[in-house]
Design a protein around this ligand. Structure first.
Ligand code: ADP
Ligand code: GN1
Ligand code: MG
Length: 397
């Protein structure tokens, strides 16, 4: 058993009550924002941080910001996170300006300086805060709506990776070590099941068996990496669909957000998380399992968009694993949800009893749907990436 379970949280979940108790005025005024604070309300559907939409009145008009209390149970070194985010967003801005792109303000997150120090503020209760300029006229989706939306989201993440390929040294900090370590995630699930601290195991044996059944798949990408076939690059590492903002007017993908896990890794994890979140017509916590499936048109659009955005840098081995990456990441996120369910929902924000179990079940179903349709899906992705290919491209692990 590894000593470091990736991002292992303290056991105490954050509650709505704690959110309400946050000293929001104190926090709002801790950053270099001119004007008068008008209010802060909880915002978005992320599972990790406490996110607030904050309004200031400046010269008689409302100006919006996003303030986040970082989840320091998940990110143990918030200063390292902030330094990564600062470097990444500055690099993006320079690259966008150099390329003469219009509207750079809406295409990269902008951190707002804190009054006292850097870009962070620690409140009187110990909460660690940061502020971003709000990207106006854009929104994120939790469920994919059309192949065109899938294409633009994947292109944005591909472009994001391409833009960071020449980030100057030093290496970015690993903000959550072993984040995509499938073997460590499996071991953490087994440990949670063995411990069964809350007597929940009886209610989720079928799901545990489901993940055990797929255990032979888990080492494939790490093995290819060890063999030198899959290089380390800078990846986003959390490319779920709602981490890209699209323009409300044009539908164009404007800005990749949620940069806290941007760190060295395998770019395939990014494509895999897009497959997980942008191919089924269902939300991540869908309870009607019969509705969960991969839609080939969405997958084809993802592959086209991603390959366009990433440009030429992908190796043939990376291209060959695109469908497999979807199976792997979906399994891994599913195992993480089940582990959290067994341990008492201290990591992913849960909105109802059994929420993380519902999420785990839906991920298992989706992974197995992709697995069972792999030949068909390999052919579709192969066409997008290499021109026509026979459906036998998928190699068993
Ligand atoms: P989490 O890690 O909890 O998912 P995110 O950084 O993804 O937190 O933020 C949560 C949500 O807040 C996003 O899905 C998005 O809708 C919204 N959001 C975050 N930053 C911005 C921003 N700068 N402008 C507009 N909306 C934002
Ligand atoms: C979390 O932060 P958010 O909600 O975008 C999680 C991802 C999971 C995802 C599952 C830092 O993403 O790894 O895939 O939930 N982020 C972290 O929805 O653990
Ligand atoms: Mg997010």
């Amino acid at each position: 058993m590894r000593s470091s379970v990736p991002g292992a949280p303290d056991r105490r979940p954050a509650t709505q009550g704690e959110q309400a108790a946050a000293p929001l005025l104190e926090v709002a005024n801790a950053f270099e924002i001119p004007g008068r604070w008008r209010g802060s309300v909880p915002y978005g559907s992320g599972h990790i941080h406490d996110t607030f939409l904050v309004v200031f009145e400046q010269d008689g008009r409302p100006v919006r910001f996003v303030q986040q209390r970082l989840n320091t149970r998940v990110f143990h070194d918030p200063h390292a996170v902030m330094e990564n985010v600062r470097r990444v967003t500055e690099h993006q801005r320079v690259a966008l300006e150099r390329a003469g792109v219009a509207d750079t303000e809406r295409r990269a997150l902008r951190l707002v300086p804190a009054r006292e120090r850097g870009f962070e503020y620690v409140d009187t209760e110990g909460g660690f805060w940061r502020t971003f300029a709000f990207i106006e006229g854009a929104s994120s989706q939790d469920v994919i709506r059309s192949p065109e939306d899938a294409r633009v989201a994947a292109e944005a993440f591909g472009r994001f990776q391409a833009m960071l390929a020449d980030l100057p040294a030093p290496r970015l900090a690993e903000t959550i070590p072993h984040f995509h370590d499938a073997r460590a995630r499996f071991e953490a699930l087994e440990a949670a099941a063995a411990h069964d601290a809350l007597d929940r195991l009886d209610g989720c044996r079928a799901e545990l068996d489901g993940f055990r059944r797929n255990e032979p798949l888990l080492d494939r990408l790490d093995r290819l990496h060890a063999e030198g076939l899959l290089p380390e690059r800078i990846a986003h590492n959390d490319t779920k669909l709602n981490n890209v903002l699209t323009d409300d007017r044009t539908g164009e993908a404007l800005c990749v957000i949620d940069l806290d896990t941007v760190m060295p890794g395998l770019v395939l994890h990014d494509f895999g998380d897009l497959v997980r979140t942008a191919t089924s017509p269902t939300p991540e916590d869908e309870r009607d399992l019969s509705r969960i499936d991969v839609q080939p048109a969405m997958l084809a659009a993802l592959a086209r968009g991603y390959l366009d955005g990433a440009g030429g840098f992908l190796t043939p081995a990376e291209r060959d694993e695109l469908v497999f990456s979807g199976i792997l990441v979906t399994l891994v996120v599913g195992m993480r949800f089940l582990t959290d369910h067994l341990e008492g929902d201290g990591y992913f924000r849960a909105h109802r009893p059994g929420h993380n179990l519902d999420r785990a079940r839906s991920q298992l179903r989706l992974a197995e749907r992709i697995l069972s349709r792999r030949d068909e899906l390999e052919a579709i992705v192969g066409e997008a990436s290499h021109g026509p290919t026979p459906p036998s491209l998928f190699r068993s692990p």
